[in-house]
Design a protein around this ligand. Structure first.
Ligand SMILES: C[S@@+](CC[C@H](N)C(=O)[O-])C[C@H]1O[C@@H](n2cnc3c(N)ncnc32)[C@H](O)[C@@H]1O
Length: 275
């Protein structure tokens, strides 16, 4: 399976096919999905609540300081050149504001108490996750020492635990804490073998009640296959594909497995959603 990201043309074709197949609200026959649709897709949020996070993003986008990156070989955008400006990291590795807003609403919908993010980068998505639930515990892991330390300074002020280290080193340490995570966002290591490894290491610190969010499921053929394999696992009975990321969880009210691509109400306007 090809681990290289889809080219622009292939991605556009995949997106078109995705839109054709995606269900619109009138096709959502389950109350669980209808509820998710109302809370996560349809609900408008006052964007001013994100203004301090977006100001931080803007600061990073204008930051020309050069940092040395460590390549994890995990679908990193920085495979060959290890010296990058913070600005280029902010523009290529950090989730867009629309994706972060969707993540924020997903976190609010599921109401996590103890969240975990794999792949902090500069900490923008972690700040959105924390904004969804200020009183909760959130841990985020970043393998790149320079980026990790940079993010840590900001995240700790917001009571987010930022750990620098690779997933395979840090996840076994989390197990020692005997603490269960009820929502996990995987946004690092965009390769099926790395996702599989991370899932294995997450086993002891998650349960069937954990909501799993997998980012960039349409990043490469390999990532799309990883998403399909995870969906096929009998562990979860609900799979919601929002294009930007996929959500997997188990809901005891669900009698027949749900596997859905969920589009906003009117497909004619869907493109605005995919920025
Ligand atoms: C796409 S970025 C995360 C973006 C961030 N979640 C956001 O939207 O603000 C992925 C990050 O995961 C980190 N990463 C990739 N593989 C890793 C690994 N095996 N262990 C730890 N971090 C890793 C990369 O260094 C990179 O900073």
């Amino acid at each position: 399976m090809d681990i290289k990201p889809y080219g622009k043309y292939a991605k556009a074709m995949i997106l078109l096919r995705w839109i054709m197949k995606a269900n619109t609200v009138d096709k959502l026959d389950s109350p669980i999905l209808y509820d998710f649709y109302n809370q996560v897709i349809k609900r408008k949020v006052d964007k001013t609540i994100f203004s301090s996070i977006e100001a931080l993003r803007k600061g990073y986008l204008n930051d020309q300081r050069i940092i040395d990156l460590t390549d994890h070989g995990a679908g990193s955008a920085f495979k060959s050149a290890h010296k990058r400006t913070i600005s280029s990291v902010a523009s290529s590795a950090v989730s867009s504001s629309s994706k972060c807003e969707l993540l924020y609403k997903s976190c609010q919908h599921f109401g996590y108490k103890n969240g975990l993010e794999l792949g902090t980068s500069l900490g923008i998505s972690a700040l959105y996750m924390k904004a969804a639930h200020h009183g909760t515990r959130l841990t985020t892991i970043e393998g790149d020492p320079m980026i990790g330390e940079l993010a840590k300074a900001t995240l700790e002020k917001e009571d987010i635990r930022a750990i620098t280290g690779t997933f395979d080193k840090v996840l076994p340490q989390l197990d020692i804490e005997k603490c269960i995570y009820d929502l996990v966002y995987i946004d690092g290591g965009h390769r099926s073998d790395l996702i599989e490894k991370a899932m294995h290491l997450l086993g002891p610190v998650t349960t069937q009640q954990t909501v799993l969010i997998i980012d960039d499921i349409y990043w490469s053929a390999d990532m799309t296959q990883a998403w399909k394999d995870l969906k096929a696992s009998s562990y979860y009975n609900v799979a919601i594909d929002l294009w930007h990321f996929g959500l997997l969880y188990y809901d005891e009210r669900v009698k027949e497995d749900i596997d859905i691509k969920m589009s906003p109400v009117d497909k004619r306007w869907t493109f605005g959603f995919f920025r």
